[in-house]
Design a protein around this ligand. Structure first.
Ligand SMILES: Cc1ncc(COP(=O)(O)O)c(C=O)c1O
Length: 437
């Protein structure tokens, strides 16, 4: 839904001229939008600072979803802008095809390897989460080919699972609405996300020698903020090992601190064969994805004498400016102890939002994993109204899942007072809506 509509932009803003004179109907095709509704009713943000955004009318709102779960260090960090400007002036980028490389890409790969819960890993850099997933999927196929087991082709994902929307991601998605209407051949069968035993049953039905890998989000994001338990995750990891299936943990949302640990795999004691990451790697300052690859998978391509090549390549793999942004982002995370802050704020967010579960207009509240929480409103219509009225009270809210779930995933710099204010606004809006029924 769109929130801020209206004619004039603030005069003093640099984008003001353009916003004042542009045509009423946008030329921009928005993601996941009904353009018939959105074409004349966009929500336009023009600047950000910390956990706040300012819209084209000058309203300042709290960014409760951190955009698409990525604005982790908060908006408006000049330190990153300066580092990126310096990099662009030195060498905008150089590709990483064949033997070429650039310094920020090399430095970032080393840094990720040193942090990752996968021992002795390698890193393939790309432009975002869907790229990282694409890379992991193709590499899983190549791996099984190279080791002489080409029948291992099918992926298992979870019902409700989301792994980006490139063609490969679309072919394994566990959200029917995202896969429908394309005629894309599915590459996946789905397991029950809440029942670890379901994975073994699916493997038994399909035959382990046909399965390449199991893709798993530690907390399902787009599916509606649904956390997996430690028990679930360790059991599915064990099931993958037992059946000789690659275990790929999709940390595009969770990676780089969102769960209060650098990776959800750290939090839950997992050692995946591959991990996919993006968003929090740069906190959105520039697009970047990273597929982190364990020794088993990389060995046949890297060992001395190997003639096997991963015939994969993206022009902007390891883009120097994006990698520089990531390096400074990681510096900030460490220097300001923001991951520790997420863990400290976890109970604050949970204690604020979980009581909403008793409200007559709320069906469920889930989360209690870092700064991740989902609040299910009874109907999509009411949920849209909560978003609209929240905005009027200074809260930018976003819906995910089936359109009834408030995605609460704020920047790590949010304060306890701002969390308290979020709770007050939600209670206020929900009470108001209940009184009107
Ligand atoms: C778990 C997960 N994987 C992959 C992706 C795709 O990332 P991107 O949108 O950067 O391509 C997303 C995006 O939200 C995601 O949540």
């Amino acid at each position: 839904m769109s929130i801020a509509t209206g004619p004039a932009a603030r005069e003093e803003h640099p984008s003001g001229d353009y916003l004042r004179t542009r045509a009423a109907e946008t030329s921009l095709w928005h993601s996941q939008a009904n353009m018939a509704e959105v074409k004349n009713a966009e929500t336009v943000f023009v600047s950000g600072d910390g956990a706040y955004l300012t819209d084209q009318h000058g309203a300042r709102v709290l960014d409760t979803p951190a955009s698409l779960w990525y604005a982790n260090i908060g908006h408006g960090r000049r330190e990153i802008a300066d580092a990126v400007r310096d990099q662009l002036a030195t060498l905008e980028t150089y590709n990483t095809f064949q033997s070429c490389a650039n310094v920020p890409a090399l430095e970032l790969a080393d840094r990720i390897v040193a942090m990752a819960p996968i021992p002795n890993a390698k890193v393939y850099l790309s432009s975002g989460g869907s790229d990282a997933v694409d890379t992991a999927g193709k590499l899983a196929w190549r791996y099984w080919n190279v080791v002489g087991r080409p029948s291992k082709r099918t992926f298992i994902t979870r019902s409700g699972g989301y792994h980006g929307l490139h063609v490969f991601g679309t072919s394994i998605v566990g959200l029917p609405a995202q896969g429908a209407g394309y005629g894309i051949t599915s590459n996946a069968v789905h397991a029950d996300p809440r029942d670890a035993g379901s994975l073994q049953r699916v493997i038994d039905e399909q035959g382990a020698d046909t399965i390449a890998a199991f893709f798993c989000e530690p907390v399902m994001g787009a599916g509606g903020v649904i956390p997996a338990s430690r028990e679930y995750l360790s059991e599915v990891q064990e099931t993958c090992r037992r059946n000789d299936i690659l275990f790929i943990v999709d940390e595009v949302i969770c990676g780089f601190g969102r769960t209060g640990h650098m990776f959800a795999s750290d939090r839950f004691g997992l050692t995946p064969d591959m991990m996919t990451t993006a968003k929090g790697l740069t906190s959105g300052y520039l697009p970047l994805g990273a597929t982190i690859i364990g020794e088993r998978v990389w060995t046949p391509f890297w060992e001395d004498g190997s003639s096997e090549r991963f015939a994969h390549g993206l022009t902007y793999s390891g883009h120097a400016a994006s990698c520089r942004a990531a390096l400074v982002n990681l510096d900030i995370l460490e220097r300001e102890k923001l991951v520790e802050r997420v863990l400290a704020l976890e109970p604050v967010l949970w204690n604020t939002l979980s009581p909403l579960g008793d409200h007559e207009l709320v069906e469920d509240v889930r989360g209690n994993v870092g700064l991740l929480c989902g609040v299910d409103i009874l109907t999509a219509e009411l949920a849209n109204e909560v978003v609209r009225r929240g905005y009027e009270r200074g809260m930018f809210l976003r819906l995910t899942g089936d359109g009834r779930t408030l995605q609460i995933s704020p920047p790590f710099v949010i304060t306890e007072q701002e969390i308290a204010r979020l709770g007050e606004v939600l209670v206020d809006v929900l009470d108001e809506l209940a009184a009107e029924r």
